[in-house]
Design a protein around this ligand. Structure first.
Ligand SMILES: [Zn+2]
Length: 167
C-alpha cells in the first residue's frame, strides 16, 4: 500500500477504534462520522454525572478517548509509531483529566500514567476486537455517517462472519 492509502485507512480505523472501544466500555454515542480525512463521534448527553468524582468514574471516557490512537495503530503501529490524529485526542484527554483532577490534586506524572494505562487498555480492546474494528472502518468508507445502531449491526455481522470461517 502506498503511504497515502495507509494514512487514509488509518483515519477510518481511528474512528472505528473510538466506536468499538466505546461499545466495550459502555460509553454511549449517537453516531460516528468519517470522510477519509476527518472524523468525529457524537457522544450521547450524560444524564447524570458520577457522584463520586475520581478517575475511575471517568475511566470509560478516558479509554474511549484513546480508542482512536489504538485503532489507527492497527495500520501505523508496524514499523513506525507515528499516530495520525493523536494530538486532538491527547489534548482532550488532558482537558478532561485536569478537570477531574481539580479537586484531587494528583501531579502531572499521575495524569500521564493514567493516559498510558488508558491507551494500553484501548489497544488491548482493539487487538481483541480487530475484526470488528476493521469491519466498522470498511463500513464507514461506504457510509460516512453511521448511527450507533448501524455500528452495532456491522460489529455483529463481522463476528458472525468470523465465526462462520472457523474450521
Ligand atoms: Zn480521535
Amino acid at each position: 500500500m502506498i503511504e497515502e492509502e495507509i494514512q487514509r485507512n488509518a483515519v477510518y480505523l481511528h474512528e472505528a477504534g473510538h466506536a468499538v472501544v466505546a461499545v466495550e466500555m459502555g460509553e454511549d454515542f449517537i453516531s460516528v462520522h468519517c470522510d477519509g480525512q476527518h472524523g468525529y463521534a457524537v457522544p450521547a448527553k450524560k444524564t447524570s454525572q458520577p457522584s463520586v468524582v475520581d478517575f475511575m468514574a471517568y475511566w470509560g471516557s478516558f479509554v474511549t478517548r484513546m480508542g482512536g490512537i489504538a485503532g489507527e495503530s492497527l495500520e501505523l503501529g508496524r514499523g513506525h509509531d507515528t499516530v495520525f490524529r493523536a494530538g486532538d485526542d491527547i489534548s482532550t484527554f488532558y482537558g478532561l483529566a485536569i478537570a477531574v483532577n481539580r479537586s484531587l490534586g494528583h501531579d502531572i506524572q499521575y495524569l500521564q500514567d493514567q493516559m498510558q494505562d488508558a491507551l494500553l487498555c484501548a489497544k488491548d480492546i482493539v487487538k481483541r476486537r480487530e475484526v470488528e474494528v476493521r469491519a466498522v472502518a470498511e463500513a464507514l468508507k461506504l457510509q460516512p455517517e453511521m448511527t450507533k445502531a448501524e455500528v452495532l449491526a456491522v460489529m455483529q455481522r463481522a463476528l458472525a462472519g468470523a465465526a462462520a470461517q472457523l474450521p
